[in-house]
Write a protein that binds this ligand. Sequence first.
Ligand code: PEP
Ligand code: MN
Length: 445
Amino acid sequence: MVDNKRAEYPSFWRELPAAQQPIYPDTDALKAVLTDLRSRPPLVFGGEVDSLRKCMAEAGRGRSFVLMGGDCAESFYDSVESIRRKVQTILQMAAVLTYGASMPVVKIGRIAGQYAKPRSIDVETRDGVSLPVYRGDSINGYDFTSEARTPDPSRMLEAYLRAGTTLNIIRAFTTGGYADLRRVHSWNQGFTSNPAYMRFEDFADEIDRAMRFMEAAGVDFDTLRQVHLYASHEALQLEYEDSMVRNDFLSGQRYCASGHLLWIGERTRSPEHAHVSFLSSVVNPVAVKIGPATSPLEVSSLIERLNPAGDPGRLTFITRMGSNRIRDVLPRLIEAASVDGRPVTWIADPMHGNTIVSRGNYKTRRFDAIIDEVRGFFEVHKALGTIPGGIHIELTGNDVTEVLGGGAQIGEANLSERYETLVDPRLNHEQSLEMAFEVAEMLRN
Ligand code: PEP
Ligand code: MN
């Protein structure tokens, strides 16, 4: 039986179909890289991963709220300044959400490992020339040349090193006083003095009063100087992920040590295929993206495969339905999970179901559709008496013009101004904060 084999034999995924995997022309080079990676230290440790699993369980119970955010695809060339701004944006959003939810916010970056992308086409054609598509910096290069687009295994070593340096930057920023709540809040006040955001001014004033109250009441702000920002990415490239599996020296359990939380994308989530099998063999918290075509049966099979023991915090579904589908499609999927009874944490990704192509041929999204999908997510959970556990956002701390709308009213004509993403359009810094205020209001109501 498949299930017994799965439990006894962690490499069982190799016998199953695996979508979206690169084919390396030089298999000796691939083997050498994987051997090298297996000998390297883990990027994250079992204790941290276990803490995040507990946080995810709390979010599933409605005692905390998850904010997951970051680039669609990270680049090896991201500057330290760009990473700093992204971390700052996530912390700012988290401060606003904490106040709105009156609950702890679990902060998770799409960061330090988001280097491999699933693509809907295999070949890209420009001016009559066809080449393999870009699949993320850990697989091939972005430049439109045959050399760049050929999968190169040494990119996995570079991904490992870049992830390590990014984690180091995150650790420094989140423990070195930079994340002090008072400081984070003062950044948000800068945002609300922008006339486009006047409507959030009262909210920001309330947070300000709460901070003054805490200070007057003698809250020890030193304990608020440090935050945890966990790292997550899509576990797409199975050879890389498999080479990062370690038995933790304390708990002895099998972790995928490439990141704290790993997710399976909409295109690779078949319960009978390799990605689900691989992630069933490690103990990290796991998320699965589910789109509008997901069936209730798939929901129960994914629970059975990925969380047979029903451990709280182990399994999260990230719903990405589209603002016009979420209210119809989500209820029956939540009901399937409720009937199963094993705990699930629900998170809304309002980005990937709302991607459109502009007249100028830019892949974009409308800010209003993004907000509306989150609203639909909250409405459905409210109607069913279940828990909306968090949001998953593609964002950058930079001042890009990739998503339409928001307070600054980015229009189709503005998209070309600073369209910098490698794959999908991201909320810019101000749109991210505006989103945080919007969602904070939903959490209060
Ligand atoms: C993504 O998160 O960038 C992505 C490709 O999402 P999905 O698998 O939901 O399409
Ligand atoms: Mn994306």
